[in-house]
Each structure stands twice: as C-alpha cells, then as structure tokens.
Design a protein around this ligand. Sequence first.
Ligand code: NDP
Ligand code: MG
Length: 389
Amino acid sequence: MRSVTILGATGSIGQSTIDLIARDPDAYRVEALTGGRNLAQLAADARRLNARLAVTAHEDCRAELAERLSGTGIEVAAGAEAICEAASRPVDWVMSAIVGFAGLAPGLEVLRRGGTLALANKETLVAAGPLVMETARRHGGTVLPVDSEHSAIFQALRGEEMSSVERVIITASGGAFRDWPLERLASATPEEAATHPNWAMGQRITIDSASMFNKALEMIEAKEFFALAPSQIEVLIHRESLVHALVGHNDGGLIAHIGPPDMRHAIGHALSWPARAPLPVERLDLAAIGQLSFAAPEAARYPALDLAYRVMEAGGGAGAIFNAAKEAALDSFLSRQIRFTDMSGVVGAVLDRFLSTERRQTAMADLDTIIDHDRRARLWTKEAADQLA
Ligand code: NDP
Ligand code: MG
C-alpha cells in the first residue's frame, strides 16, 4: 500500500488524481488532502478516502471544515503553514496541484525530505526552477512532471540520451481565441477566455491558454526541468491537442507523444512511474481522427511567447517576476480593470522594470529572495494596471 498526499485536492487536477486513487482503494492510503474554499468537496473526499488530515488554506474556513469533519477522527488544520506541515509528512507520493505561487513552498517541503513530487503546479519551476531542482538533487527528492507537455517529453525521452537532444517542441491548441480576428481580442471577456476547445481545466489556466501565458510558463518549465537552452524550445500550434510534445534528436528523428486530452493520463503516468499501469482514459481511434494539423504561432496573437524567451534569456529572478506579474495581470483582467490584450503589455512593462534595475543574476535565488521578487512584481503590476485603467 502506498501513502499519498494531494495538495490542491479540490481543484481540477486534484479531483482527477482522486478519481484514479479512489478506483484502487486497496493500493493507496491517503495521508493529507489540502484545499482552499471548497470545503464541501474537501470534507467529502477526506471522509470517502479516510484521510488522516484535511487542511484548508484559509484560517477563516477552519471552523467550518472542523464542523464538516466532526466525529470522523480526521485531523483538521488551516493556513499556509499548515499546508507546508502537511507536505512535510513522510509519504511515498505527493501531488502538487495548488494553483499559483502558493504551490511553491509546500512543494519545496516535499523535496527537502527527499520525497517524490508529482508536479502539476508549473509556477513552482517558473518562479524557482534552479532552487527546486537543486533542492531535489541535494536531498534525493524526485520531481515527476504532470503538465501534459512535460509528461510527454519525459515519456519521449525514456531510454534516450539528453546529449543527442537538439530541440523540444511543445504544442498548443491556440486557446479560446485562436480563430478570432485580432482586432476583436481587446474586447474579450473573462467568460469568453475561460472556455477551452479541447481540455477541461481550472479557470485560471484556461484563460492562460487563450493568452498563451500558459505556454509561456510551460516553455520556462521545460527549460528548468530538462535543463534546456532557450533556443532548444519551440512552440507549435496543434488544434487537436493529441500530440502533446515532440523531442528532436541530432539525427533528425522526432519522437512524438500522442495521447487523449485527459489529464488522468499524465497524472497516472506519474503515479505509477517508473512502471506503467492501465488507465481509464479514451483509446484514440486515429483512423477516425484522420488528420493532425500543425502551424506556427502568430507572434501578434500570442505576445506572451516572446516574453517567455526574454525571461529564459535573462535567467535569475526573471522567472519569479514573470510568474507573479502574470498572476497579478490575470487578477486585473478577471476584475475587468484591464483588457485581455493589456495583460502582455503590463507583464512586459514589469519585466522591463526588473531587468533595467537588477543586474543579471547568475546565483541561485533562495526562497526569501523569490518571495521578495514575487511581492515586488505584484506591486509593480498593480501600478502598471492602475495607470492603464
Ligand atoms: P484549480 O483552480 O482547479 O484548483 C486549484 C486548487 O488549489 C484547489 O484545490 C484550490 O482550492 C487550491 N488553492 C487555491 N488557492 C490556494 C492557495 N492560496 N493556497 C492553497 N491552495 C489553494 O486549478 P487546476 O487544478 O486547474 O490547476 C492546478 C495546477 O496545475 C496549476 O498550477 C495549473 O497550472 C496546473 N495544471 C493544470 C492542468 C489542468 O488540466 N487543470 C494541466 C496542467 C497543469 P479551492 O478550489 O478549494 O479554493
Ligand atoms: Mg500543459
């Protein structure tokens, strides 16, 4: 029996993880589930899976969670520190599926105790890639990619030498606005941006798919996880979302990973790694699908991609700045303070401000420095958004 903890259990990835675990109750023991404000879901899953601990991120939710779990013997806790404490408990496998920067500190806790971290929270590697990978190395921790593109690269690399890898291509559906006329983008609402042609995901990542900030994060995530140079990373529009990534070798061969657009494939791969196990996902009928299409992304439609190259070239704290500015710009768009098309301008301005004041840093930033970058970038983003509004 393997012990598992799920951080962000109430979200889209968390629920898909629970779906897999609940199918095989004799194989898993659940140590901790963490969530935010969805206390009904958190309590129901903690009961159903007989978790030892349930944690909400919010102090003001503690009493309600305790009430919902009273009489069960399930321990209840609240707050960011309690989530880190949950993450530090020794288990065989931890899913990191909190959304945003809040996922970083608990993930580091897992790696510090030499644990295995299935990483859906891409912000962890964007904001703190060198620190995260070094922490894993130093303490014997393992990071397993869950983001579908990175799981695809990881799978395509099985049995291959990194030294023969020339390039990595990650695919993108193009998001909600791939067919909109460019001039219409400025008027796009959060509701329109929060629909995805192929994947069912959380609201924030779905909007990030429409702006391709999600792909920008994934480029940086790939650079950090697979230790690639920025010039080795390419993005290709692939409307069908079936080829998730391709790895190009120095002999001209391209190894593609094809799978259904169902996150349970990537989650399940990380759950049974290094083995493979049967998964309840669709078996693709390629004859029925008939065609796969590929196209170059338009720079004018997706300015976030150029920003990602700038961040990767700059290195140092640029990732933490970019991640925080993107999160804060998305908040401003969600509150209708700025337009959809303003997000990239605001993030670009914050990046400019950072790179003009900060010398290029090569030293690995520690968590305090990264938190400081994050705080500063959110302030600057607010200033830039206020100026626009
Ligand atoms: P959701 O928004 O669906 O879920 C987020 C989870 O984090 C919920 O459990 C939420 O709790 C919790 N949460 C929110 N804020 C905080 C906080 N401040 N502290 C602690 N917990 C918090 O997100 P997704 O599942 O879509 O995404 C999770 C991560 O996985 C993201 O980093 C995303 O980029 C990445 N990812 C997601 C994919 C997908 O298909 N969804 C694909 C690839 C990567 P509650 O809802 O109870 O408030
Ligand atoms: Mg992805």
